[in-house]
Design a binder for this molecule. Structure first.
Ligand SMILES: NC(=O)c1ccc[n+]([C@@H]2O[C@H](COP(=O)([O-])OP(=O)(O)OC[C@H]3O[C@@H](n4cnc5c(N)ncnc54)[C@H](OP(=O)(O)O)[C@@H]3O)[C@@H](O)[C@H]2O)c1
Length: 218
């Protein structure tokens, strides 16, 4: 029996991935602030906020951190930028604290974090989101190196635009469907690479955006 914990799965990519894991015979526990729309014998749900809730620490083979928020910058509401850093980065760090010790004790396990291609972008539109993802990717890659000798794999997943309620900006080039994102994730769960950057063309564009943003920094 393969056991997974999916954090942030009442909606979007986390929900679609949870459905797929259940279809493939996994036992899954999820966590989000809202109730889950799922009803399945192999599924249990914990309601909570990643910033404050006790994250389940029972042994799992796979943990996917899919919780995330992101708001466009409003200088009258900088708390929304702080919130992105709390949920996307500190929530992930709290999840690592909860799940990694049992993985290390077992000498196996896979931690997958949904970062973003925005992790390289210098963004005046959503600086808190970009900062949270830069921090998340850096943390996951460092953990990958540290945990490899303990038999634990870590993967940072960097998507461009995925068709969920989060992708609400006016411009969403090469946006992919949630089902495509789930296919990419399932391949990553089987192969356990360090980084998945998808789609490649958006990844290249993100690097170019970073270069041009750096050129304008004074
Ligand atoms: N969609 C994209 O274009 C895109 C692109 C690149 C990366 N990503 C990343 O992929 C991940 C999933 O995004 P998505 O598109 O699936 O977003 P989504 O549809 O908005 O879903 C986000 C999920 O995170 C949960 N969540 C948010 N804040 C939470 C909190 N404080 N505590 C617990 N759960 C929380 C939400 O549940 P509740 O509201 O019920 O708590 C929801 O289940 C995010 O990290 C996002 O940054 C998305």
């Amino acid at each position: 029996m393969r056991r997974a914990l999916v954090i942030g799965n009442s909606d979007g990519i986390g929900l679609a991935l949870t459905r797929r894991l259940l279809d493939e015979g996994w036992t899954v526990r999820g966590l989000s602030r809202s109730d889950s729309p799922l009803s399945h014998a192999s599924y249990s749900h914990v309601r909570g906020d990643v910033v404050t809730a006790a994250i389940p620490s029972d042994p799992v083979d796979l943990c996917v951190y899919a919780a995330g928020v992101g708001e466009l910058l409003d200088l009258g509401d900088l708390a929304a930028q702080t919130r992105a850093i709390e949920v996307n980065l500190l929530g992930a760090a709290r999840t690592v604290e909860a799940v990694v010790p049992a993985m290390v004790a077992a000498g196996s396990g896979h931690l997958v974090g949904l970062s973003s291609l925005a992790d390289v972008v210098i963004s005046a539109d959503a600086p808190g989101y970009a900062a949270s993802k830069a921090g998340l990717t850096a943390y996951l890659l460092g953990l990958r190196a540290a945990l490899r000798p303990h038999g634990v794999a870590v993967t940072a997943v960097r998507f461009g635009f995925v068709d969920t309620k989060m992708a609400k900006g006016a411009s969403r080039p090469l946006m992919i469907a949630v089902d495509e994102a789930v296919e990419v994730l399932m391949r990553g769960i089987r192969r356990r690479p360090a980084v998945i950057s998808y789609p490649r063309r958006v990844s290249a564009a993100a690097r170019l955006i970073r270069l041009s943003a750096r050129a304008t920094l004074r």
